[in-house]
Design a protein around this ligand. Structure first.
Ligand code: HEC
Length: 263
């Protein structure tokens, strides 16, 4: 089957057949969306790349930690095992850590934890220094005893709807512009237009699934990468055919002219 010489659809117009004003607008939209995509990528990198302790790349581990938590316990526990370990003797440290691991209940706080905190920690963490977490009282303490379980469902829901609405608009615009490019075979062109929408849906769904089964982070990564790839491809091809490649032969033949006037 020869798909490469599929005749032109009668409603198909190549960029070179469009009025100059429309081509200028398409170009402007592509430039601003390209910038936006770059900033989005930078932001993504900044927010996620350091989660696994290596800020130089965006890895599988970064995503798993972002969506499911580090599995390394609470901030209080990591502070006590890290920078705060010299503030109290080991037996008192163990009392606090096991209290946190057992759910940080109220009674035990009052009887054994509070006295230790008051003696060892409040000299700095009494709330008077806005840069230091206040450990004064159970309510403040709770803020650092919560387990790190990753991005919570409500945040995901919020980001999901923004993502789905926003990117649908973006890929609708870029896809509409790209539809004026000359590309054979047609099925491949149609696939490039449709793929971002499929990936977008898989991307968003995979955020929730990573929480259940970590390897879904590969779906998140692949879907994100494919969206970016399709965006870049449509961008480059459109820009090239808008201003640099001239009128394709098939379009010339239909027109029956050698030059197509622009206006
Ligand atoms: C001498 C002052 C001082 C004392 C005493 C002290 N801390 Fe800190 N603490 C700090 C400073 C400064 C920081 C912030 C620096 C940092 O993050 O390494 C901090 C950070 C923390 C953090 C926050 C870590 C994070 O994830 O942001 C926790 C939790 C903490 N301390 C718990 C404690 C506990 C529990 C005690 C008592 C056993 C204690 N600290 C005693 C000075 C103190």
């Amino acid at each position: 089957m020869s798909t490469s010489n599929t005749p032109l659809h009668r409603h198909y117009l190549h960029f070179s057949e469009l009025p100059t004003s429309m081509r200028v607008m398409q170009t402007a939209v592509l430039i601003v969306l390209g910038l936006a995509y770059m900033f989005a990528a930078l932001y993504l990198f900044h927010v996620y790349s350091g989660r696994d302790g290596n800020p130089n790349n965006l890895s599988y581990d970064d995503l798993v930690i972002a969506y499911t938590g580090s599995g390394k316990g609470s901030r209080l526990e990591s502070a006590l095992r890290g920078p705060m370990s010299s503030m109290l003797p080991p037996d008192e440290l163990n009392v606090i850590v096991s209290w946190v691991q057992q759910g940080a209940d109220k009674d035990k706080h009052e009887s054994v934890v509070k006295p230790i905190i008051e003696k060892r920690c409040l000299s700095c963490h009494d709330g008077s220094n806005p840069h230091l977490a206040s450990l004064n009282g159970l309510e403040n303490l709770k803020k650092v005893t919560e387990q790190d379980t990753g991005t919570d469902i409500f945040t995901l829901v919020r980001v999901s709807h923004i993502h789905l609405f926003g990117l649908t608009f973006i890929f609708f615009l870029v896809g509409t512009i790209f539809s004026h490019a000359y590309w054979r075979p047609v099925w491949l062109k149609a696939t490039i237009v449709a793929l971002p929408f499929l990936c977008l849906s898989l991307d968003v769904i995979s955020w929730y699934l990573v929480k259940l089964y970590h390897p879904f982070a590969f779906v998140t990564m692949a879907a994100g990468a494919l969206q970016g790839l399709c965006f870049a491809l449509m961008w480059v091809v459109s820009m090239y055919q808008l201003w640099f490649s001239g009128t394709p032969e098939a379009v010339m033949k239909r027109q029956g002219v050698d030059e197509i006037s622009v206006g």
